[in-house]
Design a protein around this ligand. Structure first.
Ligand code: NAD
Length: 492
């Protein structure tokens, strides 16, 4: 592997040559990436199984399928996305051209994450490629089988100079971050994000930070508890809880807690059988450090489901804990593992207060038959994304932006939002050389007459409400009707 400086310089040279700018090149390379995904489906699923014991169905649905669709979506829409965006004009520039041109930043760095190492590496890559950038990809070393596979596959399918892979751990990432990038896209935890942002600050490089946090799930008394239990259990224990938008904890009224726990137990039985360790559908913890961290989170409160673990396999069973305190580690840090604490509140108002006393989360969930309850939570809280009566699914919709707010991150992506994230929106005005008399009003020497013309041409008026907003149309209609009527009179 070439050193970090050479990798970035080669990419910069390629970018400066202009080869990534034409739509044809971008489409060709996206097509090659699509081939990479399609022709290596089994190898990718195998690497994901080795890294995370990820079931093939999860590999297909949450990683390969998502990356594939994102690629196809970008290819299908690229020419539209690249078109200059005409903007509204005021009277001063009525005869001129004004538009937004989306142009690539240059050389981008994509720092992938280990929990969905294909999706969280390739989706940003696709956006950056579509936008015409060169991209250095740094897959997470924690999901090493997937990282090795990507390092082998990229050069076979993609332009080597424009889209290199740079592998390594902390030291290598730090070395890479000493280089100058034009955009940095990072997915991972908040504490590393601060190092990334500090490194970016050196060159004032813009960043997108896709982070995590404690995503709450409020279960209302007025809800179908079987549906809630199934959907929460699915979203929480998928990938052994290592999903950035997994419901981190449940808040509900005490009166429904036992029934909810029972139904989550039923759901888990249906999903993974009596012993989830034997299930092919259940994942493992990525490494010993995270295994120890998640195991420690089970030391407080009352375990009502699960609680088993096996360090030799880094297995932790799906676990539900009640009677926890807000000061317990499981309620103070992001769980990011298969442990689901339940807190009690008196109702939706207290749930909202509970949520608002904490950092803004990446996702938020509410289960209720009552749309007013769902709206109440949406209107009085903030989070990266929101999903009512289900979990995770909002992140799979490419017409919705995916990203955090506050401590859960900054910036968003997926679909067109990715293309926009990796594009500088350049404002362009091309003036007509005529009408110099009109333009004269802005040139010195200034005069009251010039100023009043200028103000008349550029002054905006506050939007009128009620009937008065239609006044110009009403007056115009009356005039037209009057003229029409007088003409008719003239004919007779
Ligand atoms: P992490 O955030 O600690 O990231 C580990 C990566 O950072 C490794 O690749 C490591 O080499 C690198 N790194 C560590 N120290 C560094 C330093 N000083 N300078 C530069 N690089 C350094 O990984 P984690 O904590 O295991 O990840 C879990 C977190 O990521 C959770 O908070 C989760 O919510 C979040 N996450 C968010 C998303 C999202 O899409 N928003 C997706 C996945 C994970």
């Amino acid at each position: 592997m070439a050193n970090a400086h050479t990798v970035v310089e080669t990419a910069r040279k390629a970018f400066n040559s202009g080869k990534t700018k034409p739509a044809k090149f971008r489409l060709e390379q996206l097509g090659n990436l699509l081939k990479l995904i399609d022709e290596n489906e089994d190898a990718i699923a195998d690497a994901l199984y080795k890294d995370l014991h990820k079931a093939k169905a999860e590999a297909l649905g949450m990683e390969i399928g998502m990356a594939r669709n994102e690629c196809v979506h970008a290819m299908n829409n690229l020419e539209d996305w690249m078109k200059p965006e005409k903007v509204k004009k005021n009277m001063l520039i009525a005869m001129d051209d004004a538009y937004i041109k989306r142009e690539p930043f240059g050389v981008c760095l994509v720092l992938g994450a280990w929990n969905y190492p294909i999706q969280l590496t390739l989706l940003p890559l696709i956006g950056a490629m579509a936008a015409g950038n060169c991209v250095v990809t740094k897959p997470s070393e924690l999901s090493s089988h997937t990282a090795d596979l990507l390092a082998r596959l990229y050069p076979k399918y993609l332009d080597n100079d424009c889209y290199p892979v740079y592998c390594g751990a902390v030291k290598e990432t730090q070395t890479l971050l000493e280089e100058r990038f034009d955009y940095i896209f990072y997915t991972g935890g908040g504490s590393v994000a601060k190092h990334i942002m500090a490194a970016a600050a050196k060159y004032l490089t813009p960043v997108t930070l896709e982070l995590g946090g404690k995503s709450p799930c409020y279960v209302d008394t007025n809800t179908d508890l079987t549906v809630a239990a199934n959907r929460i259990a699915w979203g929480k224990f998928l990938n052994a809880g290592q999903t950035c938008i997994a419901p981190d904890y449940i808040i509900c009224q005490k009166e429904i807690q036992d029934e909810l726990v029972k139904k989550i137990g039923n759901a888990l039985n249906n999903f993974f059988g009596e012993n989830p360790q034997k299930s092919d559908s259940y994942g493992r913890i990525i490494n010993d450090r995270h295994f120890q961290r998640v195991s420690d989170l089970m030391k407080h409160g009352k375990i009502v489901i699960g609680g088993q673990s096996d360090p030799t396999e880094r297995y932790i069973s799906p676990t539900v804990v009640t009677d926890v305190q807000t000061t317990d580690p499981v309620m103070e840090q992001e769980v990011f593992g298969p442990v689901l604490p339940i807190m009690n509140v008196s109702g939706v108002q207290e749930a909202i207060q509970f949520i608002n006393r904490r950092e803004k989360p990446l996702a938020m969930y509410v289960f209720s038959h009552d749309k007013k309850v769902i709206r109440e939570v949406i209107d009085n809280t903030s989070s990266g994304g929101f999903c009512g009566n289900d979990t995770l699914l909002h992140a799979g919709i490419d017409t919705l932006p995916f990203g955090g707010v506050g401590e859960s991150g900054m910036g968003g992506y997926h679909g067109k939002f990715s293309f926009d994230t990796f594009s500088h929106k350049r404002s362009v005005l091309i003036k007509n050389q005529g009408m110099e008399k009109v333009n004269n009003i802005r040139y010195p020497p200034y005069s009251e007459k010039k100023s009043s013309w200028m103000m008349w041409l550029m002054k905006k008026s506050p939007k009128k409400s009620g009937l008065s907003q239609y006044m110009p149309i009403i007056i115009l209609s009356i005039i037209v009707a009057f003229i029409f009527k007088s003409r008719l009179r003239g004919i007779h």
